[in-house]
Design a binder for this molecule. Structure first.
Ligand code: THU
Length: 131
């Protein structure tokens, strides 16, 4: 699958987003080495802090589906005029399982930036940090 195809898969998730509070839909598509893709969207809650981001939705679907150490790329997309950068909590959660992950960050016009997670979370704290 090309990078753009993974981005387009993430875009299909925008319509599933539950965003009555922020009105800011986000979609994600997380790819595994065997080609399996887990998609996600943000799901908000009246107790705002209980909301979950699109990337973490995709990640928990993947981990609960039996994947852990085989993540290759994630696409994160938003309806924004700037790239929809992953929040800090999502960067941390992704780093736990895939410090070498490639991240594709897209905006409304479907263009995207490609960069390693290690650039989004430098000197990250992960399982190895516990020594
Ligand atoms: N959001 C995500 O889904 N992913 C991110 O990495 C950034 C923020 C969601 C959370 C909330 O539902 C909305 O975007 C506005 O912050």
């Amino acid at each position: 699958m090309t990078d753009q195809e993974l981005v387009e898969l993430a875009f299909t998730m925008l319509e599933r987003s539950y965003v009555p509070y922020s009105h800011f839909p986000v979609g994600a598509a997380l790819e595994c080495a065997d080609g399996t893709v887990f998609t996600g969207c943000n799901v908000e809650n009246a107790a705002y802090g209980s909301s979950i981001c699109a990337e973490r939705t995709a990640l928990v679907k993947a981990v609960s589906g039996g994947h852990r150490d085989d993540f290759t790329r994630i696409a994160v997309v938003g309806n924004s005029t700037e790239p929809c950068w992953p929040c800090g909590a999502c960067r941390q959660m992704l780093y736990e399982f895939a410090p070498g992950l490639t991240v594709l960050v897209a905006q409304r016009d479907h263009s995207f930036v490609k960069l390693p997670l290690s650039e989004l979370l430098t000197h990250g704290f992960g399982p190895k940090s516990l020594g």
